[in-house]
Design a binder for this molecule. Structure first.
Ligand SMILES: NC(=O)N[C@@H](CC(=O)O)C(=O)O
Ligand SMILES: [Zn+2]
Ligand SMILES: [Zn+2]
Length: 424
């Protein structure tokens, strides 16, 4: 079975485009820029750009346990619509992937329902409760892509250190949601200016940064590979930058919302603006941009975190943290930062695909002969308004509703097959 995708533009250095084609055989890329093979099925790319399928190393699919928020079917369909073909699923499900049995249960659900590649995390502790350590070797042997207790920070340094020592032996990556519980103060948004105006309890920046500072030293001592989730503050950026300079094996991600928004943008006590970590101050946002550009932060990850309309209805206090991200990530970043000349198209695509894959040694996020035929065609001209009601995800929880953006995925191909096609 041969498929020929013609009339597409490859993104070369910077913003340079080159008219090309991709030939697919048995789910793999066999030629780039070749001629149409006789008898091939032909897809006309209509002159759109082609990017490697995006790789999202931080997502929440909610199944098993919270199918009212999202399922593997709806979450992966949403990701495909956003141009993603590989996503790593965080372990805050019920049950948690903390044993061979639970890992196999989750693998079975993925096998049954996912329309793109889902690589599950194993947890660092049983039930992500921070107490009993998991057996990482057996979780890895059963498909854990890496290890995290995302949703909560690991409070005890000894727990983190001992799991880093296990990870170092396995050459696995420890992925950390950094949050010191003694410094949360029941906060619902950034401890700064806007929370005082709204009369809402704040989460100080140190809640995140002190745990990163601790962890990079633990990673150094353990010789482990350590990846920081959703970096949001300038002090966190400094801790990661200093650690990299010291030769510690640390990588980091940033979320689209922390690059696009800041505390002063929060219009009111609206839970669609509540996420963890929260939207920080303008200078924090600036430091995240600088960190991406100088390589301190390695990649962009959505932290797609769907919740129901009911849960998000009634102000920030009491609502769960989290916003959805798959279906808006590329268009918003492209419109705000590439169209404005801050970034090149090549940089944005790199941060959303190849750089993300490299952190976990994944052979995806690349357009190379021999690679899995995972890619997305994007219409850079099409302009649309973000409409949460039209999301494929079950989640409607986004602060970007009504934003106008360009650069929408029109066709997503995973292992050579169409998994999303824009309605004509
Ligand atoms: N980011 C969030 O605000 N929420 C995430 C948990 C997490 O990523 O910490 C969730 O699972 O809802
Ligand atoms: Zn988190
Ligand atoms: Zn998360």
């Amino acid at each position: 079975m041969t498929t020929f995708v013609k009339n597409i533009k490859l993104v070369k250095a910077g913003n340079e485009l080159e008219l090309s084609s991709i030939t697919i055989e048995d789910g793999k890329i066999v030629e780039i820029g070749g001629v149409e093979p006789a008898g091939a099925e032909v897809i006309d790319g209509n002159g759109h750009i082609v990017s490697p399928g995006f790789v999202d190393v931080h997502t929440h699919l909610r199944e098993p346990g919270f199918e009212h928020k999202e399922t593997i079917a709806t979450g992966t369909a949403s990701a495909a619509k956003g141009g993603f073909t590989t996503i790593c699923a965080m372990p805050n499900t019920k049950p948690v992937p903390d044993s061979v049995e639970n890992m196999q249960l989750i693998n079975g659900l993925i096998e049954k329902s996912a329309v793109i590649r889902v690589l599950p995390y194993g947890s660092l502790t049983k039930d992500i409760s921070g107490e009993v350590k998991t057996d990482m070797a057996e979780l890895k042997a059963n498909g854990a892509v890496a290890f995290s207790d995302d949703g909560v920070g690991i409070q005890l340094a000894s727990t983190m250190y001992e799991q880093m020592q296990q990870a170092a032996k396995l050459d696995a990556v420890v992925v950390a949601h950094c949050e010191d519980n003694s410094l949360i103060y029941d906060g619902v948004m950034h401890e700064g200016t806007r929370n005082k105006e709204l009369g809402l309890p704040g989460i100080p920046s140190i809640c995140e940064s002190v745990q990163i500072a601790r962890d990079v030293l633990l990673a150094e001592a353990a010789g482990a590979r350590y990846h920081v989730c959703h970096v949001s503050t300038k002090e966190s950026v400094r801790a990661v930058r200093d650690a990299k300079a010291a030769g510690i094996k640390v990588t980091a991600e940033v979320c689209p919302h922390h690059l696009l928004l800041e505390e002063m943008d929060i219009p009111s006590d609206d839970a669609n603006w509540k996420m963890n970590p929260p939207l920080r101050a303008a200078d924090d946002k600036d430091s995240l941009h600088a960190a991406l550009l100088d390589g301190t932060i390695d990649c962009i990850a959505t932290d797609h975190a769907p919740h129901t309309v009911e849960e998000k209805c009634c102000g920030m206090v009491g609502a769960p943290f989290g916003i959805v991200g798959f279906e808006t990530a590329f268009p918003l970043l492209y419109t705000q930062f590439v169209k404005t000349g801050k970034w090149t198209l090549e940089q944005l695509i790199d941060w959303m695909s190849v750089k993300a894959a490299q952190i976990f040694d994944l052979p995806y996020g690349t357009l190379e002969v021999g690679a899995s035929a995972d890619f997305v065609l994007i219409d850079l001209e099409a302009e649309k308004t973000v409409d949460a009601e039209g999301f494929v995800s079950k989640g409607r929880n986004t602060p970007f509703n009504g934003w106008v953006a360009q650069g929408w995925p029109v066709l997503t191909i995973f292992e050579g097959k169409i998994v999303y096609q824009e309605a004509q």
